[in-house]
Design a binder for this molecule. Structure first.
Ligand code: GLU
Length: 290
């Protein structure tokens, strides 16, 4: 199959018009290309994901006219896969244990100088000035201190050398289909967390792992995730995984210019369906052909 894409919602709430756009765009593109659309449940966050949201998502997507192969991959059932990927990264020496609390990280990030234009609103941790000794790590673990596995940008840079500086990804425009290469700058994220005690695998790790495992050739998702792609490209390189082509589509906004979000109850697909709208009306509303 030369065109495999996916819609990968997190079952943390009801789907709204923004999700419908993403899912239908992926559906339409895969149809046009004679390809395949997969559905994947990104439900690793046990505190926020709920089975009833998953059931509602399936219902909403079917109502929109989507079909997908079953069984649907549910990330929460594959933690051993993500642990193996983590192990691989540990073995090539790009991870380290970080014992700092979230608060300590926030304090450190506030005091560190930032390069202009760097990062989003999230907290960026650039890593320790000197690595913690093995003895100290053993001591902290024996004491029961929690730690996170972080991906070191500087270790990755050392390992990959010139390749790090030349990382890039292909981006395909949602309307014109024109492709261009974008230089990847994973370092804008600092040393991201790939696993911690309460969540043994992060979004970044799972998504990169699963896209490769499921043979995804084209990732179609909102432009709010373009920054994440920069780090996904690095993970793909470190794990020796193929790189899909990315489409980062525009985000829909309401009449006040605000992005649709899970808080907008009135614009969930369920509410619109209850109000008598049909899938074709949803398409018209979000600017997709019937
Ligand atoms: N699970 C993510 C979300 O709900 C989407 C991940 C992706 O498409 O890469 O926003």
């Amino acid at each position: 199959m030369t065109f495999v894409t996916r819609f990968a919602p997190s079952p943390t709430g009801r789907l709204h018009l923004g999700h419908a756009y993403s899912a239908l765009l992926a559906h339409d593109m895969s149809r046009r290309e004679g390809g395949l659309l997969l559905l994947r449940m990104e439900d690793i966050d046990a505190t926020r994901c709920r089975p009833e949201y998953e059931a509602a998502i399936l219902e909403d997507l079917a109502w929109l006219g989507l079909t997908w192969p079953t069984p649907v991959r549910r990330q929460s059932e594959h933690f051993t896969d993500y642990a193996s990927a983590l192990e691989k990264l540990r073995n090539i020496g790009v991870l380290y244990r970080c014992f700092l609390t979230r608060r300590e990280i926030a304090e450190e990030a506030m005091s560190a100088p930032h390069a202009p234009g760097e990062g989003g609103d999230g907290i960026i941790y650039r890593g320790p000035s000197t690595p913690m000794s093995e003895d100290e790590q053993e001591f902290r673990m024996a004491r029961g201190d929690a730690f996170a596995w972080r991906l070191s940008m500087s270790y990755s840079q050392d390992l990959l050398g010139e390749v790090f500086a030349r990382l890039e990804f292909r981006e395909r425009d949602e309307a014109t289909k024109a492709e261009r290469s974008i230089a990847a700058r994973p370092e804008i994220h600092g040393d991201i967390v790939l696993a911690r005690k309460d969540t043994p695998a992060s979004y970044h790790l799972c998504v990169v792992h699963d896209d490769a495992l499921q043979g995804v050739t084209h990732v179609i998702r909102g432009e709010d995730l373009r920054d994440a792609t920069h780090v996904h490209v690095l993970l793909q390189r470190l794990l020796g995984l193929p790189q899909p082509i990315y489409t980062h589509h525009h985000l829909l906004t309401d009449e006040t210019g605000r992005r649709f979000a899970k808080r907008d109850r009135s614009l969930t697909l369920a509410a619109l369906r209850d109000a008598g709208l049909a899938a074709v009306d949803i398409r018209a509303r979000i600017g997709l052909p019937a």
